[in-house]
Design a protein around this ligand. Sequence first.
Ligand SMILES: C[S@@+](CC[C@H](N)C(=O)[O-])C[C@H]1O[C@@H](n2cnc3c(N)ncnc32)[C@H](O)[C@@H]1O
Length: 262
Amino acid sequence: MDKQAVAKTFSLAAAHYDSVAHLQRTVADRLMAIVVNLPINDAEKVVDLGTGTGYLLPTLAQRFKPQQLFGLDLSSEMLEHASDREPSVIKLQADLECPPFEHNSIELATTSLAVQWLEQPTRFLKNLNEQLKPGGYLAIATLGPHTLNELKSAWQQVDHVRHVNEFHSAQEWLGAIEHSELEATLWREEHIEVLYESPLKLLNELKLLGASHVDRQDQPKVSSVRKMLRAYQGFQKPTKQFPATWEVYYALLRKPKTKQFV
Ligand SMILES: C[S@@+](CC[C@H](N)C(=O)[O-])C[C@H]1O[C@@H](n2cnc3c(N)ncnc32)[C@H](O)[C@@H]1O
């Protein structure tokens, strides 16, 4: 995925993001419910990767009271919103795949719904493993390939172009984690169904979220969008609402403490 294009899409979305990020809030809350129980005290450095408008930051600041709390994002517009939300944050405009931290320096890194655009997770996990302190944690929430299945299926009835992002599977993530030196202390998968009044509302929401970006130059024709919206009618529930499924993975990874040699 073209990272500059991702950054541009999210910069354009920054002003509206919080008004439509309902699913993102649910996922972040579930990730934080895991994170707040971690046995971390007197943290020097806590980092939120792909912090967006900084929803996780106040909880991280209050629970861990780190000496330094970093919010990292590709988008400077998103970072402005993050520092309005949590003034103690140190803003860092950077790529989460290779964060600019020293080795063995981070007690806790979190990332909610920001790593799904990585080409593959291996390099990210390797860099985080180097930058975490021994005993430090990386908490991840990300999306799986069944995300927006209804939308994919509706588009497939129109053409064979890719209109919806493809995300890494659980097998790919678990394989990459196994090849990293990080230990998985928790892995959880869930499907969250969000209901919309109409498929058009879903499309508009994805646009406002900045989540509609796909690596393609051309936009679909209006006539194709209309056909897709008609195909989506097939998913209508008895309540007249339209579902959109999000497949979410949660992982808690720990860098092993240095081995003691006797
Ligand atoms: C869906 S938003 C999630 C924001 C926040 N974590 C939340 O839960 O509300 C994804 C964010 O990740 C950022 N992002 C995507 N890829 C990134 C990358 N490679 N490096 C840094 N930030 C990235 C985007 O700019 C955007 O702000």
